[in-house]
Design a protein around this ligand. Structure first.
Ligand code: NDP
Length: 273
């Protein structure tokens, strides 16, 4: 039988890169995709198939999935990992940037699911692993668009889990806590560029500092930790609906579950003041 095939988006750095390597080690035929092809040379050197894909470009996604089917004839696992943090006061974020945030974090993910499910349904098996965040359950000031996308990924994945079950396709949500990747710096840069001046300048500086402190070794985990969890979700005979992963993720999710809004708001306000 041919080897199981996995596709990993956002594989040019961080969680996606480590996940591509970990799945390769697990024995999968791995396709790693992102916009920056040059940043995936290291993966290619280790036997991972790499090609460019922009998850905001329909033609690029359609051609990518067709290519994998042509070369391998099967897709067993899709890891929807590409994403970034569009931070800034909601009032300051241009609505086109908010749309772009949804294009990358939600519509790209959903479009790829549309493209792989016909093949998974035909095979009566498959696994879709969506990288959400603890930010799909908790919230921060200046992060409304990012959190809106991750809350959307949670709702979409929960509905889809029930919808695809009769077709033999599992849907799994990964909820990382703070992970040391390029994500944090990108989010901080977006925040500063958007709300550095004006009515929200002081709040923006506070949130920037909190984000930065979350990037420290003491508070965050390396991306390999998430990659291991994704492999577990890929190979488990009965995967869980969601896997919180990384320092503090489990505790925070439990607190969000147990605390009423007023108490959780107070907690968030305390951290971000
Ligand atoms: P990185 O910034 O290191 O990686 C993000 C990846 O997404 C890159 O490979 C980038 O590739 C890709 N990407 C961004 N835009 C696009 C696009 N339009 N088309 C295709 N690929 C794109 O961050 P992480 O590894 O940390 O992030 C991976 C996922 O994990 C994201 O969904 C993020 O929200 C989530 N997450 C991260 C946490 C963290 O603390 N780091 C915590 C919780 C969740 P390229 O630019 O080459 O296209």
């Amino acid at each position: 039988m041919s080897r199981r095939v996995a596709i990993v988006t956002g594989a040019s750095s961080g969680i996606g890169e480590q996940t591509a390597l970990a799945l390769k080690k697990e024995g999968y035929e791995v396709y790693a995709v992102a916009r920056r092809l040059d940043r995936m040379q290291g993966l290619a050197d280790q036997g991972v198939h790499v090609f460019a894909m922009d998850v905001t470009d329909d033609a690029s996604m359609t051609a990518g999935i067709a290519r994998v089917m042509e070369e391998r004839g099967r897709i067993d696992v899709l890891v929807n990992n590409a994403g970034y943090g569009s931070y800034g006061a909601l009032e300051d974020v241009p609505i086109d940037e908010a749309r772009r945030q949804f294009e990358v974090n939600v519509f790209g993910l959903a479009r790829l699911i549309q493209l792989v499910t016909p093949h998974m349904r035909a095979a009566k098996q498959g696994r879709i692993i969506n990288v959400s965040s603890i930010g799909g359950k908790f919230y921060e000031p200046m992060g409304s668009w990012y959190h809106a996308t991750k809350f959307a990924v949670e709702g979409l994945s929960d509905s889809l889990r029930i919808e695809l079950r009769p077709h033999g396709i599992d849907v799994v949500i990964i909820e990382p806590g703070p992970i040391r990747t390029e994500w944090n710096q990108t989010s901080r840069d977006n925040l500063v560029a958007t709300s550095r001046d004006g009515a929200y300048a002081e709040q923006a500086e506070t949130v920037r500092r909190v984000l930065e402190s979350g990037d420290s070794r003491r508070r965050s985990s390396p991306p390999e930790v998430v990659a291991r969890k994704i492999v577990k979700a890929a190979v488990s005979s009965s995967p869980r609906a969601r896997y919180p992963v990384g320092k503090g993720a489990g505790t925070l999710m439990t607190a969000r579950k147990l605390l009423p809004d007023v108490a959780f708001d107070a907690l968030v306000r305390r951290v971000y003041s």
